[in-house]
Design a protein around this ligand. Structure first.
Ligand code: ADP
Length: 688
């Protein structure tokens, strides 16, 4: 289909200093958890975005000198000439698809302990390293340090040029960058010409910008990533005051302004706590103050929002990080009039958890991310089928939907049988929780795409399969995607020996019973030994329904794993503000008819909490009885002409939705393919 002319404006070229972007789609710098340890993996992932039509593709933050390094995070590095070849590989990969290559040089200043380099962290003032409890202090820089710092930075700018970059970033955002340590009053207690007034606090940033502009000599564009607001009110930078004044002071120095809010938790908010384009109120003023192009972000997935961003003059570029991970081909799909094919980001921050765990990022919506190089997976292309086999996929949750879709795209004949009327499995259930509606995109994208494959993929709703109906079905391969069930007995991490006494009572529920329509009676205790979003989300849901809620968890904080999705603080603060009683550091010892007994994990002893209902959020068991039943008799399978029965997704092992999607995708990729070796993917080895 041709492009809708309304979107033509998104495909105009934009000049950024000495270089020209072919359109307005801009992948702003974002971490990947790949960095200098997995350079081919990272380059292939970025090249996919260039191929998908992004005009500018940027690196993650790239350390330019050992005075600030992010170990154990494997961030990019450009410390000396030895790193140039690796980064040249990166720019070549991006240039191969006609995108501009941008590099975000970074000094993490006083926010990194430097466990690898063992250099003392540097900052404007003496301070414990920020954003962690590491027992390390940064030392205040003197003027010699600052001269050296500027030289390191300038040398790195020249190395960026040697590595083939078109655009070099100066990074003053997210509260993890040296220039920002100087700009924000919170971190700068200097009394010399680099502290005190805003002019003084901006001095280093201005000098670095001037050094950069001078060093590139008009050969590369210079971008400034600047946080206009820290969302801390008068304690931090606010866009109306210091944010605005900094932009005024530096307005025409950089060739491009990349503006956002700080810190990372505020910038990369999940869909649970923000809507698309949530940053506009903090950044829309910038375009009126500068003559240079502006890029901003805001979890953009809707072409209409992108269009309005440009037509209303909010920004010159559509800046994306997370949406470009979920769908590296957004620009191409808009260009080809295939808006319905966009695989919309759901706002879960699973990508961020990968980076925070110092491992290659994953994506709930895009199972191919990180697999471009090591497994050769392309997000839009898949090998044609390897045989004329037909496949029965049992269960239309995330695993079954993705499996049926990818098999259908390969050209196989597929039947997708779902017991319920509504497809989506756990995604359909969980998307009904407060704040989770965008998660339904996992289902909606796939059901829509499967609908287009009606000649090869047939969907049977309200079709609960049994061993007998599967054996009769005549399909050659069976993929069991029947999901998992929450345990009622409380067994999980803190309780392993056996069921929690009293957990068999009728007033003990699970998330599954809530999803099936059971209503807890107030007061309700939510026992969260799962530690991801479910316990906190149900507590919020029950409270919103007018129930008195007590959340008990053995962990020191609520929903502790959500720290890595940048949500934990918001989740706990909201529950506190609502009036949910939070009992951390306590395990559930016993359930009685009208109360529970909880036990302090640090030896505080027991206490009794009165309640009418207990909701167990501890762990799940795979729904795999179908699989085991079928596997009891290989003869019966052979008699039915069934070549294989395999489990995928939560039926294999309960996990993240991202893991279920990936599992379904992997099944489809590997069917009729040569068996993978013991190490099922290519590795990037350090050669000695
Ligand atoms: P996953 O995350 O692995 O995809 P889900 O729990 O989200 O797992 O989805 C499993 C789906 O399988 C649910 O929609 C459920 O209704 C369906 N299902 C379970 N057992 C059967 C069965 N015997 N026949 C058909 N569908 C089933």
């Amino acid at each position: 289909m041709p492009r809708d002319p309304r979107f033509d404006i998104l495909f105009e070229t934009v000049r950024i200093g000495p270089v020209t972007a072919r359109n307005r789609f801009f992948q702003v710098p974002h971490c990947s958890g790949m960095g200098h340890l997995l350079p081919r993996t990272d380059a292939a992932m970025r090249a996919m975005k260039a191929q998908g039509g992004w005009a500018v593709v940027c690196t993650e933050q790239c350390s330019f000198h050992p005075h600030a390094e992010a170990a154990p995070a494997p961030e990019s590095r450009l410390w000396d000439g030895e790193d140039v070849a690796r980064m040249r590989h990166w720019t070549d990969a991006v240039h191969a698809h006609d995108a501009l290559a941008g590099i975000e040089l970074v000094s993490n200043g006083s926010s990194t302990p430097n466990y690898y380099s063992r250099e003392i962290p540097l900052g404007p003032s003496h301070t414990p390293v920020t954003h962690s409890h590491d027992p390390v202090q940064a030392r205040a820089m003197d003027l010699d340090d600052m001269r050296e710092f500027r030289r390191w930075h300038r040398d790195a700018v020249l190395r960026s040029r040697d590595a083939g970059f078109d655009l070099v970033y100066l990074y003053c955002a997210h509260d993890i960058a040296m220039p920002m340590d100087y700009v924000t009053r919170r971190r700068n207690r200097r009394t010399d010409s680099y502290g005190g007034s805003l002019e003084n606090r901006v001095r280093l940033l201005r000098e670095l910008l001037e050094d950069t502009v001078d060093a590139v000599g008009g050969q590369m564009a210079v971008a400034l990533r600047f946080a206009t607001d820290e969302l801390l009110g008068k304690d931090g930078i606010t866009w109306e005051d210091e944010g605005c004044r900094v932009i005024e002071m530096l307005a025409d120095l950089p060739d491009l302004w990349d503006v956002n809010v700080s810190d990372w938790t505020h910038d990369s908010v999940t869909s649970r706590f923000s809507s698309e384009n949530f940053q506009e109120p903090y950044v829309s003023f910038v375009k009126g103050m500068v003559k240079k192009p502006v890029v901003c972000v805001g979890r953009f997935t809707s072409p209409e929002t992108m269009l309005s961003l440009i037509t209303r003059g909010v920004s010159d570029f559509v800046g994306c990080a997370r949406p470009s991970i979920a769908d590296p081909f957004i620009p191409q799909k808009i260009d080809e009039g295939r808006l319905d094919d966009i695989r919309e980001y759901i706002g879960c921050n699973v990508c961020v958890t990968g980076q925070r765990k110092k491992t290659p990022m994953r994506c709930t919506q895009n199972p191919t991310v990180g697999e471009e190089w090591r497994r050769g997976w392309h997000p839009e292309r898949i090998e044609p089928k390897g045989s004329d086999s037909s496949i029965l996929v049992v269960g239309a949750g995330p695993a079954g939907l993705e499996c049926a879709l990818a098999l259908g795209q390969r050209g196989y004949n597929v039947a997708l049988a779902e017991a319920r009327r509504e497809p989506g499995g756990r995604v359909t259930d969980e998307a009904a929780m407060p704040g989770f509606s965008e998660w339904a995109r996992v289902r909606d994208y796939r059901t829509y795409q499967i609908g287009k494959l009606h000649q090869t993929v047939e969907v049977f709703r309200e079709s609960e399969m049994t061993p007998a109906t599967i054996l009769e079905s005549g399909y050659r391969h069976v993929a069991i995607a029947t999901g998992s069930s929450w345990r009622k007995d409380g067994i999980g991490r803190a309780n392993t020996a056996g069921p929690i006494p009293g957990s068999d009572g009728d007033h003990v529920l699970t998330p599954d019973s809530i999803f099936r329509g059971m209503t807890p009676v107030s007061p309700v205790v939510v026992f969260d030994d799962d530690h991801y979003y479910m316990g906190g989300a149900l507590a919020e849901q029950f409270h919103s329904a007018g129930l008195e809620v007590i959340l008990v968890t053995p962990a020191p904080v609520v929903s502790s794993w959500t720290v890595d999705a940048l949500e934990q603080n918001t989740i706990q603060s909201r529950l506190v503000a609502m009036g949910v009683r939070i009992v951390t550091g306590h395990n559930l010892a016993r359930v009685d008819a009208d109360a529970v007994e909880v036990d302090g994990v640090y030896g505080e002893g027991t206490q009794t909490i009165a309640c009418a209902t207990v909701v167990m959020v501890t762990s799940r068991l795979p729904n795999d009885s179908l699989y085991h039943d079928l596997r009891t008799s290989p003869e019966r399978l052979a008699g039915a002409g069934i070549l294989s029965v395999r489990r995928i997704g939560d039926a294999l092992a309960p996990g993240l939705i991202a893991a279920a999607v990936w599992s379904g995708h992997r099944y489809a990729r590997e069917l009729d393919a040569p068996p993978p070796g013991d190490v099922p993917f290519r590795r990037e080895l350090v050669v000695v």
